[in-house]
Design a protein around this ligand. Structure first.
Ligand code: MIC
Ligand code: SF4
Length: 755
């Protein structure tokens, strides 16, 4: 039986009435996204004609999921909320802290020793507060959620940007910072700007070498890393129903890479099949009863232009396999153009490593299709040219593919199987020789390929493709190999062609697993002790941030004017730093060390205005903090793109940065800044970015009358004695202004506990 079936029943029980009320109020048919949103309005709220992309609305999500690297901070905050138990079903998944090096068993052992303190902390907090705990090795959060918790029509939030993966099962699943998760677990409403809606119509049917991954690689190319900002992407059409549920998951997963709030698909037979195969026939049965509400009204898909803000159409029958990259997931190249593109840009064409798996692409279908290619290596007397690795998404998938002989076939091509964890996808990869920083190419089926992400080497060119294409390119050892047209020379000197991949949507013998890795919490956790040692360098209890002093902020130093792409990886790097995710002071030593300083084009070298010397960013900011001087960070477009990690907002807050002023923000990061009591500001005129000079002293004026939709003024005092005033915008509503004034949202919850 499924977990928390009562929650699912109650969501479905109220759905018909709430959907009808919304339809009546709007006087028009509804998209699926709208149905789910209206059905999850915060208790008692009546539907209203919310303005897309403008109105903040309170929601009541059905569940919360957290992964270990973000759960630490989320739970450190939750511990201060004064609650005995979480208010909605919640889970913790230990997946980000396992370094991939020698293979699953030894790597897992090492992690269990190295991160024991963190795992023990997470296990005991989970046990105490009624949170389901998935131990290290159980799998990657999004795969485990898809297999166990996701359900059509549900709404969940998760402290990871790829929470959106659950859209594959027809959910509205959204990535958030830990402070948002903390609110929902504490029983408070969760706020989101009513999203815009993008419709993607899929016609035709995938065939041959093309996979679901290619749909999202194509969409990313069309919409770019910013194109989905503030929007839910809803996929529909015969192409959607023709596709597996896990394939839909892949597409939704990488919706994070276009900045979309989330992506989703209407309920169909593929979802019912997946639910049944993963032991949840009961959920499928319930969903079948409210089927009409778990997809858009027919008029919407017949005439999408009238209901979506933007509509894209993709014909799956003619869609080509793509490779996206390097260094950004939206640089989309159809495989037939790769020869040209690589030559034009000087991309290294020799593929050193092919990596498949991750939360994005490790379904049974993915692995079975990749294995059909690996099999051809022996059958056609080929030799695999590149290294090859697999990170299964869950123990259930790993166990099943082992049973079905797939791992043995991969073994024959020299593949290494890493633990069921994030591993190389998040820089937890002890790649041999990476420290030499040689220029090289890897191909993987993950979702992100920002510089340094996988192995810490800035000269690694990472390309994202489907597991089947990655496998073919690893066999060929050549980025420009087009398996649709090209041949390979085998060990006998003959030219051979790879047959297109084939596979099974679901295991014919069913899924199996011995120990899935789940630990249920205590019925009554009140007696459970949670220990955090004051000497720990991994965990640190949180001290409340100071509230606003009640005046304008004057005399702020410019800490850094970041140039170009500044993702959360640039602001708070992962990889080696992941181990400090539960220790705010220690992790703050990575603050903005990856951001490029506009004035010298260097990373981690900014002018310390107190000494005039160029120093590391964290050290410079610590010097300002010691001197009691606030500072400001300036950034470019889509600042904070990528991860949900709130450390990217908490570190500057902790070290005394007061405001972040950019051309535009990525959604989760902007909310994280607000939640932590920072000022998140945008240039009213983007050209004003050019007015910011290295030695500026900056005043923020208008805070005593801080109000929604009312711009603030910034006075830039240049070192030649002149000054100029620019206008900056913000998107704070009344509630968020309170967060700022109180010094952070958590201070408000804390107060309510004391009161
Ligand atoms: C990622 O893919 O970047 C991560 C690591 O999963 C992050 C979460 C994190 O930084 O802990 C995400 O996407 O939110
Ligand atoms: Fe883990 Fe990578 Fe998925 Fe993030 S994207 S959850 S790091 S596997």
């Amino acid at each position: 039986m499924a977990f928390d079936i009562e929650v699912i029943k109650s969501v479905y029980a109220r759905m018909p009435e709430r959907v009808e009320a919304a339809r009546k109020m709007l006087g028009r048919p509804l998209t699926l996204s709208e149905k789910i949103l209206f059905n999850h309005l915060w208790d008692g709220a009546a539907p209203a004609n919310f303005k897309r992309g403008a109105d903040y609305v309170d929601f009541a999500p059905d569940r919360v999921a957290m992964q270990d690297a973000t759960a630490q901070m989320a739970l450190l905050q939750f511990m201060q909320a004064g609650r005995a138990k979480v208010a909605v079903p919640s889970t913790v998944h230990c997946d980000h802290l396992i370094t991939a090096q020698n293979g699953a068993d030894t790597d897992l052992q090492v992690a269990n020793t190295e991160s024991k303190e963190v795992y023990d902390f997470l296990a005991s907090v989970s046990n105490k507060y009624g949170i389901g705990f998935w131990k290290p090795g159980a799998g990657i959060i999004h795969q485990v959620v898809l297999e166990n918790y996701a359900f059509p029509g549900g709404m969940m939030i998760g402290t990871d940007s790829h929470t959106v993966n659950a859209g594959g099962l027809g959910m509205v699943a959204i990535g958030v910072g830990g402070a948002d998760a903390c609110d929902v677990m504490a029983g408070l409403p969760w706020e989101l700007k009513w999203p815009k809606l993008i419709g993607v119509k899929l016609t035709g049917k995938l065939n041959g070498w093309t996979a679901p991954k290619d749909v999202i690689l194509k969409v990313a190319g069309l919409l770019t890393v910013k194109g989905g900002t503030g929007a839910i992407v809803e996929y529909f059409g015969e192409g959607a129903t023709n596709m597996s549920c896990t394939g839909k998951g892949t597409i939704c997963n990488m919706g994070a890479e276009i900045g979309a709030t989330t992506s989703t698909f209407g309920y169909d037979d593929s979802m019912a099949r997946y639910l049944s195969a993963t032991g949840r026939a009961d959920v499928a049965e319930l969903a079948n009863q409210v089927r009409e509400h778990l997809t858009a009204d027919a008029e919407v898909y017949n005439n999408p232009e009238a209901y979506f803000d933007q509509v894209i159409e993709i014909d799956l029958t003619t869609l080509e396999p793509h490779l996206n990259g390097p260094f950004t997931p939206d640089l989309a190249t159809p495989i037939s153009k790769m020869k040209e593109m690589a030559a034009e840009h000087g991309w290294p064409t020799r593929v050193e490593v092919g990596l498949i798996g991750s939360c994005t692409n490790s379904s049974y279908e993915d692995i079975s299709r990749a294995v059909s290619l690996a099999k051809q290596v022996a059958d056609k007397n080929l030799k695999t040219k590149a290294e090859f690795t697999i990170t299964p998404g869950s123990e259930q998938v790993r166990y099943t593919i082992e049973r079905d002989g797939f791992l043995e076939i991969f073994d024959q091509i020299g593949a290494k199987v890493f633990a069921n964890a994030c591993g190389p996808c998040i820089g937890m990869w002890n790649r041999f020789g990476a420290e030499k920083q040689e220029k090289n190419t890897i191909v993987h089926s993950f979702n992100r390929n920002f510089a340094k992400r996988a192995d810490g080497n800035p000269n690694t060119y990472a390309f994202v493709g489907s597991p089947e294409l990655v496998t073919a390119l690893a066999i060929a050892g050549d980025l420009t190999f087009n398996p649709l047209t090209d041949t390979l020379i085998n060990e006998n000197g003959e030219a051979v062609k790879l047959d297109p991949p084939t596979g099974d949507e679901l295991p014919t013998k069913g899924f199996a697993v011995e120990d899935a890795g789940y630990i249920a919490p205590a019925e009554d956790g009140s007696g459970v002790k949670v220990n955090v040692s004051p000497d720990s360098n991994r965990l640190q209890l949180l001290d409340p941030f100071a509230s606003w002093e009640g005046t304008d902020l004057k005399g702020l130093k410019l800490l850094i004017k970041a140039k170009g792409k500044c993702t959360t990886d640039h602001i708070s790097m992962a990889g080696p730093w992941l181990k400090f995710r539960g220790h705010l002071d220690n992790i703050s030593n990575n603050m903005l060390i990856g951001a490029v300083n506009f004035f010298n084009e260097k990373t981690n070298e900014v002018k310390n205005q107190l000494t005039g010397n160029y120093e590391a960013v964290p050290a410079t900011q610590r010097a300002y903090k010691a001197a009691g001087i606030g500072s400001i960070v300036v950034g470019d477009e889509n600042y904070g793109e990528g991860s949900s990690r709130e450390h990217a907002a908490m570190e500057p807050r902790h070290l005394g940065v007061r405001a972040v002023l950019v051309k535009s923000f990525a959604r989760i990061h902007e909310t994280n800044l607000k939640k932590q009591g920072m000022l998140a500001l945008t240039f009213a005129d983007k050209a004003d970015y050019d007015k910011i000079q290295e030695n500026d002293i900056i005043d923020i004026i208008g805070l005593t009358e801080f109000a929604p939709e009312k711009p603030l003024q910034l006075v830039l005092n240049h070192d030649n004695g002149t000054s100029e005033t620019i206008t900056v915008n913000h998107s704070y509503n009344d509630q968020q202004i309170e967060w700022f004034k109180e010094g952070g949202a958590l201070n408000i919850i804390r107060k309510s506990v004391v009161a």
